[in-house]
Ligand binder design. Structure first.
Ligand code: SF4
Ligand code: SF4
Length: 476
């Protein structure tokens, strides 16, 4: 087994090839809690597309209709700017979390870790056996037993990846969509079929082979860590004050040793192949496997638990911990601003309908003895999953009136439609081109005010030409 150090990445050999890690099994309170969390998250991932709220799956990115359904709320393409604030808010929340508890997201909640540690590594454990057996099998030349085991293991990987890819696809085309893909066959849904093939391949490659390399080499969040954490950040630490000098247990009373008996159990269970006793390292995903492993050993040798524990660097060196600090307040302010702006803007702008006004194509205005007329179209989109009636009327536009027969329109669930209407300015009130304002109100009282430009001839020229016409038809 390789000995981890601070100069090289354990999982990469000198020649650049991959070094396979086989973390040993570990039991303990953190491992149990982490496993339960993972299974709850996997269940949520599988069940979300099945749970319907307001007639649509709880999370459904409908690419076909360009709609995003999220917990009963429907966002259309024109609302997608909200996602910017949503993602920024989430990022800042993660900053706050990282500042307090380091990479706890990576070790406990990240979908990559959840699938890798709690599905794929479990399959490997089931087929190939415990860590020493897996290591021996890895090093053994290919023979019949190894070939059969490899075939079974990779078949399971592909099968699980295939299922996960279908679940992933259901977030974009819904469960009935996935079902019709299955019953109709690949030829009828070639894009979806290629999606499934691609993601089955990606999942199998990442979780079956690439594994922890993603967290160590590729994931940008891991790179942020050194900027987000400080010496008060709580993460997994080895208590060097208590543990050092390390050494095998001995009866020699003169040999003053620390509590670490150098059993390397913490190294053997680490899924990223590091030795936490070398200090906090970029590869550590705060999974707490080494905490449980060391606690197990400490119990066996009758020493207090917590030689490796969740603590801060300052806590380990001075015994003093300070959770609230300036950096944390700063992140919290950014998070509050991000989420506050999101909430405020969302409530004020993300209305249950969308209305837009345009001039009828190819027209400017018509003017005659009665007055000037302009034609407009209101494009309405009902974002709710029920019939809604909308009313539109002119507001704050003296000298203008609507000359449409009806000023209401009813749209079905998520339906879009257009209404055409004429705005009229009687000759005696006409003062030339001006902005007009149309108020659109849905039956639940939500309002949207639209502005349009009313076009017409210059008022004096228009009225003079009408007078001239009148004088020509009625000469004295
Ligand atoms: S498991 Fe604990 S006792 Fe064993 S090597 Fe690691 S820190 Fe030392
Ligand atoms: S050092 Fe400990 S907490 Fe960090 S990844 Fe390894 S086992 Fe997990």
């Amino acid at each position: 087994m390789k000995k981890p150090n601070l100069d090289t990445v354990t999982t990469i050999n000198k020649d650049g090839s991959k070094y396979n890690i086989h973390p040993a099994d570990v039991k303990g309170s953190f491992t149990l809690r982490r496993r339960l969390t993972a299974w709850v998250l996997i269940l949520i991932y599988i069940l979300l597309p099945w749970i319907k709220i307001n007639g649509y799956p709880a999370v459904f990115l409908d690419l076909d209709k360009r709609q995003f359904h999220f917990m009963g709320l429907t966002l259309f393409t024109q609302d997608f700017w909200v996602l910017f604030f949503f993602i920024s808010g989430l990022a800042f929340t993660l900053f706050v979390l990282s500042s307090i508890v380091g990479r706890v997201w990576c070790g406990w909640f990240c979908p990559y870790t959840v699938f890798l540690e709690h599905l794929y590594r479990r399959i490997e454990r089931f087929v190939d056996g415990d860590a020493p057996k897996r290591r021996r099998l890895d090093e053994a030349p290919m023979n019949k037993t190894k070939f059969i085991k490899r075939a079974i293991k990779w078949s399971f990987y592909v099968l699980v990846s295939f299922i996960l890819a279908h679940v992933f696809l259901s977030y974009f085309i819904s469960i009935p969509g996935v079902w019709s893909n299955i019953t109709d066959g690949p030829a009828e849904h070639i894009t979806e079929f290629l999606f499934i093939l691609a993601f089955t391949g990606i999942f199998t490659f990442c979780f079956g082979w690439f594994r922890e390399q993603f967290c160590i080499i590729l994931c940008p969040y891991g790179r942020f860590q050194s900027a987000l954490t400080d010496d008060q950040t709580v993460t997994v630490f080895y208590d060097y004050n208590r543990g050092e000098p390390r050494g095998k247990m001995t009866k020699d009373a003169d040999k003053k040793l620390g509590d670490c008996i150098d059993c390397r159990r913490c190294v053997n269970v680490c899924p990223t192949g590091i030795d936490i006793r070398n200090g906090l390292q970029l590869e550590c995903v705060a999974c707490s496997a080494c905490v449980d492993a060391c606690n197990e050993i400490m119990t066996k040798v009758n020493r207090p638990k917590g030689l490796i524990r969740y603590d801060s660097s300052a806590g380990i060196s001075t015994g003093k911990r300070k959770i609230l600090r300036p950096r944390l307040f700063l992140y919290m302010i950014f998070t509050a601003i991000g989420l506050g702006v999101l909430g405020a803007v969302f409530v004020s702008k993300a209305k249950p309908f969308h209305a837009g006004i345009t001039r009828v194509m190819g027209t400017t205005y018509t003017a005659n003895e009665q007055g000037v007329r302009n034609q407009y179209q209101i494009k309405l989109t009902n974002k709710r999953n029920q019939d809604i009636t909308y009313t539109y009327k002119l507001v704050n536009s003296p000298g203008f009136e609507l000359s449409a027969g009806t000023n209401t329109i009813t749209l079905g669930p998520l339906q879009k439609d257009t209404v055409t209407f004429t705005v009229f300015s009687p000759v005696d009130q006409y003062k030339g081109s001006a902005d007009i304002f149309i108020d659109v109100t849905s039956e639940d009282g939500t309002r949207s005010e639209l502005t349009a430009r009313f076009l017409g001839p210059a008022a004096t020229l228009y009225k003079d030409s009408l007078n001239e016409k009148q004088e020509t038809t009625n000469p004295e």
